[in-house]
Design a protein. Structure first.
Length: 119
């Protein structure tokens, strides 16, 4: 395997909300090589957006990265806060407008792979 574009190691992220701690990301590890595609699928509230915001450097002020590493293009961006994240874009979507109630998830992925969505 060649050099990785993105490596995440044992990432833990919490939120502080009204004095309570909410564990949003628990022990996520992954590796993404150059030219590869990664799709995160999970239930609402499972930490997908929090993970994406951490990679993009867009976590809200009440988020706490407890431990772990995010290595983007060989730079640990959690330690190097000045590193430009030009390789990362985050396009948030409203769940209600993201998925079609008329198609299965499999049909949606096949449609994306083929560049179209079959009715």
């Amino acid at each position: 395997m060649g050099r990785s574009l993105l490596t995440i190691k044992d990432l833990h992220i919490d939120y502080r909300v009204r004095g309570e701690t909410i564990r949003a990301v628990r022990g996520v590890s992954l590796e993404l090589g150059f030219g590869e595609t990664l799709c995160l699928v999970g239930e609402s509230g499972s930490g997908k957006t929090t993970l994406a915001m951490a990679i993009a450097g867009a976590l809200p002020a009440n988020a706490i990265i407890r431990s772990g590493e995010i290595i983007l293009n060989n730079v640990n961006i959690l330690k190097d806060k000045e590193h430009p994240r030009k390789l990362v874009s985050l396009i948030p979507q409203e769940a209600g407008s993201s998925l079609s109630s008329f198609h299965t998830v499999g049909q949606l992925f096949l449609g994306l792979a083929e560049g179209k969505l079959r009715e």
